[in-house]
Design a protein around this ligand. Structure first.
Ligand SMILES: [Zn+2]
Length: 64
């Protein structure tokens, strides 16, 4: 998802609750990878935050 699209998604989503079901790589001018962004709410995550979230979800999944 491009940076400006993420901003539009973020504006459209507003302050609603989101559990960030799907993170996409975020690009700037089609070339540079910056961060990950939630395709539902447009919130940005660093790569470290994404890895941490994956880890937490894996732990939760193992407990189920
Ligand atoms: Zn989200």
């Amino acid at each position: 998802m491009e940076y400006y699209v993420a901003q539009q998604v973020k504006d459209a989503w507003g302050d609603k609750q989101c559990d960030h079901p799907h993170l996409e790589k975020e690009y700037y001018t089609g070339a540079f990878l910056i961060n990950f962004v939630c395709s539902q709410c447009g919130m940005e995550f660093t790569i470290a935050q994404k890895l941490e979230m994956d880890e937490v979800r894996k732990i939760k999944a193992d407990k189920l």
